[in-house]
Design a protein around this ligand. Structure first.
Ligand code: ADP
Length: 477
C-alpha cells in the first residue's frame, strides 16, 4: 500500500509520518502515512496549475476513458478496498464494500457527463448579433474531505472536477489515509497527466488551512463539520475564492399515526444507526404523533435489541465501532447532556466490550425529547437518536423545520396529502417519503439549506454549477 503524498505524478515522502489505527482493534496499526507541510500544498497547486490547461483541452474521449477506467477499477476492487475501508473507518464490511462500489459509480457517471457538455446559442436583442453561453473549467480546485465516507465522498468531488476539465489538490481526512491512498493509486494508474490530481495528507489545521488560504486556488469544495466549514469560508473570503460547503445536520424523521409501523422502524434504525450514525444524513430526531408513539418506541426497542455491535469485519456485526476515541467521547458527552436536559434514555448509550479493544458504543434511543434542547439542536455524529412527541402532522412539520440545519428530512405516512404537503413545506434540501433520511442517488443534486450547506449543489448535472464557470459570448456576424 502506498503511504506517501502524491504530487505532480510522483509519490513523495512528507515531513513526518502518522499512524493509522483500526478503530475495531486499537492494537492494529494499518500504516504510517506521510504528513505534508504547507510547502507541499504550494508545490501541488503549482503542478495542478501547469497541468490544468492541457487537461482542459484534452480530447473528450480521452477524459471519458480515464474516468471510466477509474470507476470500473473501483467497482472491480470493491471487496478488497471495502475491507480496507471498514478496517480503518469502522463501518461494517457490507457498508464498506457498498461505498467503494458507489465511489466507482460516481466516476462512471461523470465519464458519461464528459460527453454531454453542451452550451446554448440564442438570439440577441440586437440585430445581427448571436449570443453563446458556454461553460469553462474553473481551474484548480481544492478538495477537503472528511473520514466518514473516505472513498465515496472524495470521488463525488474529484470525478466532476476532472470531468469538467479542472485540476485538483486534495487533502483527505487524517483518520482515513489508507482509503484515500487506495483511491489515489487507482487514479494514478491511469493515463491521467501528472499534476491533474494531487493528494497531500496532513492535519486540517496546517494542510487544510494552507489550502484554504492560498491565493492560487480557483475554488474550494469542503465536507465536514459546521465549525470547520466556517473556518474554510472565512479563509477563502480573503481571496474571494468560491466555496462549496457541505456540513452537519439534525435530520428529522416524521412518523405519523397512519404509518406502516414496520416500515417506520426499518427507516428509523437504518437512518439513525447506519455507519454508527456518523453521517450528515443520519436521522437524529424521530418526530412521532400520539396515535403511534408508544407502539413506535416499543418496536424500536425490539429492533435495537437485534443489532450486533462489534468489529467492522466480523460477519455478524451490524453496528461497527465509532471511528476514533474523539468520536466516542463526543457521543458520550451528548448522551450525558441529553440526560441532564431531561430526555429519557430508554436503551443503549453504553460502552460495549468486543473481542478486540475498540471504540464500541451501543446505539442509544432517547424519548421525551425537547426540540429546543442541545441534544436536538447539535449534530452528535454518533449512534444517538431522540424521539420527540408531536401533537399532529402540523406540529410535526413545525418541529421538523425548527432546526438550524436542513439537509434531509423524511416522513413516514400513507397519506398522499400529508406526504405532498411535507414535500412542499419541508425546509430541507432533500426530502424522503417512506424512506430513511440517508441514502441518496448519485445522478441527482445533493445538498441542504440553512447551516447544512453553502454554495451550489453537489452531484448529478448540478455539479457543473460549481465545477465550471459560465461565459457569455456576443458574436456579430
Ligand atoms: P470531522 O469532525 O468530521 O473530522 P472536520 O470538519 O474537523 O470534520 O474535518 C473535515 C476535513 O476538514 C478534514 O479533512 C480536516 O482535516 C479538515 N480541516 C480541519 N480543520 C481545517 C481547517 N481549519 N481548514 C481546512 N480544513 C480543515
Amino acid at each position: 500500500m502506498r503511504t506517501d503524498l502524491y504530487i505532480d505524478g510522483q509519490w513523495c515522502a512528507g515531513a513526518s509520518r502518522r499512524a493509522n489505527i483500526n478503530p475495531s482493534d486499537t492494537g492494529d496499526c494499518i500504516g504510517e502515512f506521510a504528513q505534508g507541510e504547507p510547502e507541499h500544498i504550494t508545490t501541488a497547486i503549482a503542478a495542478a496549475r501547469r497541468a490544468q490547461v492541457g487537461w482542459a483541452e484534452s480530447p473528450l474521449e480521452q477524459r471519458y476513458a480515464i474516468l471510466s477506467t477509474i470507476g470500473q477499477n473501483l467497482i472491480a476492487r470493491a471487496p478488497e478496498l471495502g475491507e480496507l475501508l471498514s478496517r480503518e473507518e469502522g463501518k461494517p464490511r457490507a457498508e464498506g464494500c457498498g461505498e467503494v462500489s458507489r465511489a466507482g459509480q460516481f466516476f462512471t457517471y461523470y465519464a458519461a457527463e464528459v460527453l454531454r457538455q453542451m452550451g446554448e446559442i440564442c438570439q440577441s436583442v440586437r440585430a445581427g448579433v448571436e449570443v453563446q453561453v458556454t461553460r469553462e473549467p474553473r481551474g484548480v480546485i481544492g478538495v477537503i474531505t472528511p473520514w466518514n465516507f473516505p472513498t465515496a465522498l472524495p470521488s463525488w468531488k474529484i470525478a466532476p472536477a476532472i470531468a469538467y476539465g479542472n485540476a485538483v489538490v486534495w487533502k483527505p481526512a487524517e483518520l482515513t489515509p489508507a482509503s484515500a491512498s487506495a483511491l489515489m493509486e487507482i487514479i494514478a494508474a491511469t493515463e491521467l497527466p501528472p499534476g491533474v490530481v494531487n493528494m497531500v495528507h496532513g492535519s486540517g489545521a496546517t494542510i487544510g488551512a494552507a489550502l484554504c488560504q492560498s491565493p492560487d486556488l480557483n475554488a474550494i469544495t469542503f465536507t465536514g463539520s459546521l465549525a470547520t466549514g466556517r473556518q474554510v469560508a472565512a479563509a477563502a473570503a480573503t481571496h474571494l475564492t468560491p466555496v462549496q460547503l457541505e456540513m452537519g445536520s439534525k435530520n428529522p424523521l416524521v412518523v405519523l399515526d397512519d404509518a406502516n409501523l414496520d416500515g417506520a422502524i426499518a427507516c428509523a434504525v437504518n437512518g439513525a444507526f447506519g455507519s454508527s450514525g456518523q453521517k450528515c444524513t443520519a436521522a437524529s430526531r424521530l418526530i412521532v404523533t400520539p396515535g403511534i408513539h408508544d407502539r413506535f418506541v416499543a418496536a424500536m426497542q425490539s429492533a435495537m435489541a437485534k443489532l450486533v455491535v462489534g468489529p467492522a469485519l466480523a460477519p455478524d456485526t451490524t453496528i461497527g465501532p465509532l471511528a476514533s476515541q474523539e468520536q466516542l467521547d463526543r457521543s458520550l458527552h451528548y448522551i450525558a447532556v441529553g440526560e441532564q436536559d431531561g430526555a429519557v434514555r430508554v436503551v443503549g448509550g453504553e460502552l460495549v466490550a468486543a473481542t478486540t479493544p475498540g471504540y464500541y458504543l451501543s446505539p442509544a434511543l432517547f424519548t421525551d425529547g425537547d426540540n429546543t434542547a442541545t441534544l436536538n439542536r447539535t449534530e452528535v455524529f454518533g449512534p444517538v437518536t431522540c424521539v420527540i412527541r408531536a401533537d399532529d402532522y402540523d406540529h410535526a412539520l413545525t418541529l421538523a423545520n425548527d432546526s438550524p440545519f436542513g439537509l434531509t428530512a423524511s416522513i413516514i405516512t400513507q397519506s398522499l396529502h400529508d406526504a405532498n404537503h411535507f414535500k412542499r413545506y419541508s425546509q430541507s434540501g432533500c426530502v424522503m417519503v417512506n424512506l430513511p433520511t440517508s441514502g441518496t442517488d448519485y445522478h441527482v443534486p445533493f445538498g441542504g439549506r440553512k447551516n447544512s450547506s453553502l454554495g451550489p449543489r453537489e452531484q448529478g448535472r448540478y455539479a457543473a454549477e460549481f465545477y465550471t464557470q459560465v461565459k457569455t459570448t456576443y458574436l456579430k456576424t
